[in-house]
Design a protein around this ligand. Structure first.
Ligand code: URA
Length: 237
């Protein structure tokens, strides 16, 4: 890989910026001062340093965000702020994208990565990756609803959902529930409740596969996945 590409990917600016660093004799490869910013390096093996600091090459980034309401799960949008807009530039330069969509008003666990293979595996209907949500529901959620969810709810367009586990936390005119689904149709949870004549008032994703929302993340905050979470991601790839 070209040195200027590696450094540009790692956030050292454009190739022109990297050229300036090289001209300033600030870059070394295997302890030798670099004179050609286009030289070939091995991202895994070469010891690349800028101003004496080792540059550790990471091709992929994996971030867990507690998505706030009012922000869209997209990389760009003409009207609204996106989840990518919330990231610091050192993460944005990896060009991460959200894995699946949460509605603008939905909160909770959102994975952002530039690893297309992982995203594909997490979203593939064949993989049956379970997502769990906490929701506040307008209406009394009953055991009949639990049964209907288990049997497969039919949405208004005729689609029959896969069995979903519905757990009632409190049941009154504003019920609280947790629901586990293994597919990701557009507005799925909201539409499932509409099919049983109820309305989702608040929705938060708690988990996706073995990735659980870190409760210490405030709304809009994010962090890199920890080694255990990364192991899970490697496993399902
Ligand atoms: N189901 C929904 O209805 N909305 C979401 O954001 C996620 C799942």
């Amino acid at each position: 890989m070209r040195l200027d590409k590696l450094l540009a990917n790692m956030g050292f600016g454009s190739r022109k910026d990297v050229k300036a660093l090289v001209k300033g004799k600030r870059v070394t490869v295997d302890t030798k001062v670099v004179s050609d910013s286009g030289m070939q390096v091995d991202p895994e093996k070469s010891n690349v340093q800028v101003d004496g600091q080792k540059v550790v090459y990471k091709p992929f980034i994996y971030l867990m965000m507690n998505k706030p309401p009012g922000v869209v799960s997209a990389t760009e949008d003409n009207h609204d702020r996106t989840v990518v807009d919330l990231l610091r530039p050192e993460y944005q330069h990896y060009k991460p994208f959200p894995v699946g969509r949460l509605d603008k008003d939905t909160e909770g666990l959102l994975l952002l990565t530039n690893d297309g293979k992982l995203a594909h595996q997490l979203l593939s209907p064949k993989k049956d990756v379970e997502k769990t949500y906490y929701a506040k529901i307008l209406g009394i959620v009953t055991n009949k609803d639990v049964e209907a969810f288990l049997n497969g709810i039919q949405l208004e367009d005729g689609y029959v959902c896969k069995p979903a586990r519905l757990n009632i936390l409190t049941s009154n005119d504003q019920s609280e529930i947790e629901v586990a689904i293994s597919e990701g149709k557009f507005h799925q949870v909201k539409r499932m409740f509409e099919a049983v004549d109820k309305r989702v008032l608040y929705l938060k994703r708690l988990s996706m596969g073995e990735l659980e929302l870190d409760n210490t993340l405030k709304l809009g905050a994010y962090r890199e996945l920890n080694p255990e979470e990364l192991t899970y991601c490697q496993m399902i790839k």
